[in-house]
Ligand binder design. Structure first.
Ligand code: FAD
Length: 425
């Protein structure tokens, strides 16, 4: 008898999980498990995970549970974040256990894996949130280009294949003796669901953006918009939690191009996914340095942190209209556009002179699409301690507001008195 334990680590989906296919033939039992995220305090005085992220994660897990139940399985949810303890509870019920888990390069996640080294089980890691494996890259990781453009040129000219697998149609049953909760935990939350978590919601968004609305055909022209849901794809929301596979999205775009023809916009959506890929490999290459004040190249940056100034930034009361509108949207919904993020980040760093890591930590707390590599990568880029060849970006927020919100609709919506806008934290 053999048991597979699937430690679901922010990859809440069944599509494109290649290892799931081998389970039915090789294992007698499967137990998928989920742990709570550890909620820590950032050095800037707030917790690292806000209500929007928690609500979205809970919905994603519940959706995964529904899909697993259709296949006769389920999810065992531990309301703590100690993997060692969780596995010790399960092992008596799991003959010949093999643990499958997603490899996550960050320090905390690597420490979690070290915790289980002494347990009597075999552990198999997989990497499912990148377009390519390290072997497929046209350079070794230590030769990863520091800047995006050479990275893109190299992968585009090597053109490695993107493989994507289907969702499994059968899975082994749960091991006898394992008792699942009747209902997964549900915590009270002030977060209003502007976007719902879960693989079906993510798939629906891709289907809508590509196949139903064909909004992809004008992506390049609309992507810098601040307000409308179809200005950009919104795929990050489901990508970051692993509800969607980037390889699946890529193959859907290629399929769309072969059916309806490619244009600048279909190319540009892939171009942006390459930015994600670039930051993820940068994280793998440089590890913890992406979180450090001096970033990748030991550059100098302000470590100034004024609680009053910071409060005005997070509350959207700095007096800079574009920044304030963006920060209020982020607080109320857990999402804001790329253009909005760039401006609000630049304003905190270059106009208010604050430590870039304080803003990155606030985004980490608030964004439902929070992703360490993309978040800290973009913040470092704007601060000039990351991968920007020009050594940082200062945006003129007044000019940007008139370019990207010419009629002021975005600003006037979010700058209404706060009590008329939901202000979930
Ligand atoms: P689209 O414009 O439709 O782009 C398609 C996809 O390409 C996105 O889903 C995303 O996966 C990728 N992409 C696009 N732009 C970028 C970029 N600049 N960097 C990396 N990938 C990109 N993205 C996150 O996923 N998580 C974060 O925590 C995050 N934090 C950010 C912080 C700052 C300060 C800035 C400037 C950007 C950040 N981004 C982050 C990148 C980008 O803003 C979001 O990926 C994008 O706004 C998501 O909306 P979308 O899916 O509609 O993007």
């Amino acid at each position: 008898m053999k048991t597979a334990i699937w430690w679901v680590r922010e990859d809440f989906r069944l599509t494109d999980q290649p290892f799931l296919h081998q389970l039915s033939s090789e294992f007698d039992f499967l137990i998928p498990i989920v742990l709570d995220l550890p909620i820590k305090n950032s050095k800037f005085g707030f917790s690292t995970i806000g209500e929007h992220r928690l609500r979205f994660r809970e919905e994603s897990i519940q959706a995964l549970e529904r899909s697993l139940k259709h296949l006769g399985s389920g999810v065992k949810w531990f309301e703590h974040s100690n993997i060692d303890l969780a596995l010790r509870t399960l092992l008596p019920f799991c003959p010949n256990p093999v643990l499958f888990y997603r490899d996550i390069p960050s320090t905390y996640e690597q420490k979690e894996v070290k915790q289980i080294a002494s347990l009597p089980l075999k552990a198999v890691s997989y990497c499912d949130n990148l377009l390519w494996t390290e072997d497929q890259l046209p350079f070794s990781l230590d030769k990863l280009p520091l800047h995006f453009t050479p990275f893109r040129h190299k992968v585009e000219s090597a053109n490695p294949s993107v493989f994507c697998s289907q969702a499994p149609t059968t899975l082994p049953p749960l091991p006898p003796g394992i008792i699942l909760q009747d209902a997964l935990p549900h915590r009270e939350s002030n977060s209003q669901p502007h976007f719902r978590g879960g693989e079906p919601e993510g798939i629906q968004r891709v289907n809508y953006y590509l196949w139903e609305s064909h909004a992809i055909r004008t992506y390049k022209e609309t992507r810098n918009g601040l307000a409308l849901p179809n200005d950009s794809s919104r795929f990050s929301i489901w990508l970051s939690s692993g509800c969607l596979s980037v390889r699946w999205i890529w193959t859907e775009i290629v399929r769309y191009e072969s059916e309806y023809g490619s244009n600048d916009s279909t190319y540009w959506l892939k171009f942006e996914l390459l930015w994600r890929e670039f930051f993820k490999w940068t994280e793998r290459r440089y590890g913890n340095r992406i979180f450090q004040l001096s970033g990748l190249g030991n550059k100098s940056a302000s470590d100034c942190f004024s609680p009053e100034i910071f409060q005005s930034w997070i509350n959207g009361t700095t007096g800079d209209e574009l920044t304030d509108a963006v920060m209020r949207e982020l607080r109320a919904t857990g999402y804001t556009s790329n253009r909005g993020r760039q401006n609000a980040a630049s304003y905190l760093i270059h106009d208010l002179g604050q430590d870039w890591r304080s803003g990155a930590a606030w985004f980490e707390r608030q964004l439902i699409d929070y992703d360490p590599a993309s978040n800290y990568g973009n913040w470092g880029y704007i601060a000039g301690v990351g991968t920007d060849p020009r050594g940082g970006r200062k945006f003129n927020t007044i000019q940007q507001a008139s370019n990207y919100d010419p009629d002021g609709a975005f600003r006037s919506f979010w700058l209404k008195p706060m009590d008329s806008v939901d202000s979930g934290t």
